[in-house]
Design a protein around this ligand. Structure first.
Ligand SMILES: [Zn+2]
Ligand SMILES: [Zn+2]
Ligand SMILES: [Zn+2]
Length: 162
């Protein structure tokens, strides 16, 4: 059962995908995951739906509290997260905190994050990525392909800064 007092990060201004687009992406994911040995199970569909609709980094503890996942077998969810990671569909964010965050890899999506070093709050940077142009320039001038980056801003969130 859910714990009403358990802590969930607020993720202000994070990336939300429309219901229709989410369903289309779930189908695309399931189809492309067949090659990696995934079957279309209710647990897989539920996990993908949650992680696409609110496209943000989740800890395993946060996933376990999400309404559509909390009644499910947590070991199954954990195995699916790890399997998605092995298949290259899940980022494990190197947020330097004590817990790992997982975020589904969505084509065309790139987000950077702020992290509070006091309470662990993680918030999406609500600005266009300043490094996109640098990345394009590096690929153009150095001939690298598929460059990407993870950027973490560390400091105190407004609540902790008070
Ligand atoms: Zn996104
Ligand atoms: Zn804080
Ligand atoms: Zn960035």
């Amino acid at each position: 059962m859910s714990d009403a007092h358990s802590h969930t990060h607020s993720h202000g201004q994070s990336c939300v995908v429309s219901r229709g687009e989410t369903e289309a992406l779930v189908d695309e994911f399931v189809a492309s995951l067949r090659a990696d040995g995934f079957r279309r199970t209710d647990a897989l569909v539920a996990l993908l739906r949650v992680m696409i609709r609110n496209h943000q980094p989740y800890t395993l503890a946060e996933l376990a509290e999400v309404e559509d996942l909390r009644e499910r077998d947590q070991a199954t969810i954990y195995r699916l997260v790890m399997k998605l990671k092995d298949a290259g569909k899940m980022r494990q964010l190197n947020l330097a905190g004590r817990v790992s965050y997982f975020q589904l890899v969505l084509p065309g999506h790139h987000h950077d994050y702020l992290r509070c070093e006091s309470c662990g709050e993680v918030q999406e940077v609500p600005l266009p990525c300043a490094l996109a142009e640098v990345e394009r320039e590096l690929m153009h001038s150095l001939g690298w392909k598929g460059l990407h980056h993870e950027l973490e801003f560390i400091g105190l969130c407004p609540a902790c800064a008070d």
